[in-house]
Design a protein around this ligand. Structure first.
Ligand SMILES: Cc1ncc(COP(=O)(O)O)c(C=O)c1O
Length: 399
C-alpha cells in the first residue's frame, strides 16, 4: 500500500475524490468495431469512437501489425537519431506524404507530440502564432510551450471568424514568421475550418498555414485525403499534422507532413524527436497497412459520408437538433452536464455507447452527447441507435 502523501497534494486528491467529478472508465473486452463488448454491459454499438474507417480491427491492418512485430520486434529501443529508425518508418512516412499531398512527412508517437514539436521548433522570439479559439488542447499546449520556450507571440482568433483572423494577421505584421494554426475538423463541434479563406489570408499576409487534420485524415474529401482535398487545396497547405490514432488503424502515433526541408529540420531539432522513442514498428506497420487500405478502398470514405448524412437527418427527423455539418462528428447539444451524462447512461442501457461531454471539455451550458459515425456501421447499427435515441430522448423530455 502506498502511504498517503503528507503534503497539500493529498488534500487536493481527497477533495477531487469528494467532488465526484472524475469520469467512470468503461473497459472494453473486444476490439473497436461497429460493436464491441463492454465489461459488465456485454455487446454494445459504439457511437463514440474515432474508428472512422472501421480499420481498428480490420484483418489486413491487424495482420500487418503482427508481421511488423515478427520482423522488427516490440520496440525501437532508442530515439530515432541514435538507432531507432526502421525501414517501416520510411515506408510509412512516404505513404503518409503521398496521402495528404505533401513532399514529405515525419512520424511521432502521437499527434500531441507532433504539434508540440512543431511549434516549439519553428517559433522563436520574433515570430507569432495565430490560433483558432476552438483548437484542440494539443495545439493550445503546443502554443503555450512555444511561448514559454521560444518566447514567440500568440494570438487567438474567434472560432472560424475570418475578419478576426485578418485583424490578428495585421496585428502580427511585424513578426518574422506568422503561423496560422487550425484544426481541420473541430472535434467537439464537428465543423470544418474555412481552409480556402485561411489560405487566401495567409497568402495576402505572408503567413504559414498549419492544419491539424486528426479528425479529417481518412474522413474528409472524396477519397479521405483530408480537409485540403475537401477544399480543393491538395498540395497547397504548408503543414499538416495528424494522428494515426483515429481513422488510420486507431493504435497511436502522429505525423507532421510538409516540405522535405521542414521534415528534415524537425528530425534534427524537434525535442520530442530527439529525446523520446520513435513510433513502435508494429504500430507503424499497422498504420502503413491502414493507409494502403484507404488508398485501395475509397468506397469506405463514401460509405462513411453517406452514413453520417443519414444519421444526422434521422436524428433531426426524430426531433433532435444535432449541430449542422458535413462530418461524421454529430453532437447533440443538451445544455447541462448532468443531462448529457444521464442521456449517455440511458443510451448505454439501450445498448448504445455514446459519451456525454460537459464542462470543462465544452463550455458551461453546452453539454452534449457526441455521436461519431463509422464506415463500419451498417444500416442496422444506425437504425438501432436512432431507436434508442428516440426512446431515451422522450423519457428525458429532450424531444
Ligand atoms: C484535433 C486533434 N489533435 C490532436 C489530437 C491528439 O492525437 P494523439 O492521440 O495522436 O495525440 C486529437 C485527439 O483527440 C485531436 O482531436
Amino acid at each position: 500500500m502506498t502511504a498517503p502523501f503528507t503534503t497539500r497534494l493529498q488534500s487536493e486528491l481527497d477533495e477531487f475524490k469528494r467532488a465526484g467529478v472524475y469520469k467512470r472508465l468503461n473497459y472494453l473486452d473486444a476490439p473497436q468495431g461497429a460493436r464491441t463488448v463492454m465489461e459488465g454491459r456485454g455487446d454494445v454499438v459504439i457511437l463514440s469512437s474515432n474508428n472512422y474507417l472501421g480499420l481498428c480491427n480490420d484483418p489486413v491492418v491487424v495482420a500487418a501489425g503482427k508481421a511488423g512485430l515478427d520482423r522488427f520486434g516490440a520496440g525501437t529501443g532508442s530515439v530515432r537519431f541514435i538507432c531507432g529508425t526502421f525501414t517501416v518508418h520510411r515506408e510509412l512516412e512516404l505513404a503518409l506524404a503521398e496521402l495528404v499531398g505533401t513532399e514529405a512527412s515525419l512520424t511521432s508517437v502521437s499527434c500531441w507530440n507532433a504539434n508540440e514539436g512543431l511549434c516549439a521548433t519553428i517559433l522563436g522570439e520574433n515570430d507569432a502564432v495565430i490560433s483558432d479559439q476552438l483548437n484542440h488542447a494539443s495545439i493550445i499546449d503546443a502554443v503555450r510551450i512555444a511561448r514559454q520556450i521560444g518566447k514567440c507571440r500568440s494570438l487567438v482568433y474567434r472560432h472560424s471568424d475570418m475578419a478576426d483572423l485578418k485583424e490578428k494577421l495585421v496585428a502580427a505584421r511585424g513578426a518574422r514568421t506568422r503561423l496560422i494554426f487550425t484544426d481541420g475538423v473541430f472535434s467537439m463541434e464537428g465543423d470544418v475550418a474555412k481552409l480556402a479563406d485561411i489560405c487566401e489570408l495567409a497568402r495576402r499576409y505572408d503567413a504559414v498555414v498549419a492544419v491539424d487534420d486528426s479528425h479529417a485524415t481518412g474522413v474528409m474529401g472524396k477519397t479521405g485525403r483530408g480537409t485540403a482535398e475537401s477544399a480543393g487545396l491538395l498540395g497547397q497547405v504548408d503543414i499538416i499534422t495528424s494522428t494515426l490514432g483515429k481513422a488510420l488503424g486507431g493504435a497511436a502515433g502522429g505525423f507532421t507532413a510538409s516540405s522535405a526541408a521542414l521534415c528534415d529540420y524537425l528530425t534534427q531539432r524537434s525535442r520530442p524527436q530527439l529525446f523520446s522513442n520513435a513510433l513502435p514498428p508494429t504500430v507503424a506497420a499497422s498504420a502503413l497497412a491502414a493507409v494502403q487500405v484507404l488508398r485501395a478502398q475509397p468506397e469506405r470514405v463514401t460509405r462513411l459520408h453517406e452514413s453520417a448524412r443519414w444519421f444526422r437527418s434521422a436524428l433531426q427527423e426524430a426531433g433532435f437538433k444535432p449541430l449542422e455539418g458535413e462530418t461524421p462528428i454529430i453532437p447533440v447539444i443538451l445544455g447541462e452536464t448532468a443531462l448529457a451524462i444521464k442521456m449517455s447512461d440511458a443510451l448505454l442501457d439501450e445498448g448504445v455507447f455514446v459519451t456525454g461531454f460537459g464542462y470543462p471539455v465544452v463550455p458551461q451550458g453546452h453539454a452534449r452527447v457526441r455521436c461519431q459515425v463509422s464506415a463500419a456501421h451498417t444500416a442496422e447499427h444506425l437504425e438501432l441507435a436512432v431507436r434508442a435515441f428516440k426512446k431515451v430522448g422522450k423519457k428525458l423530455g429532450v424531444i
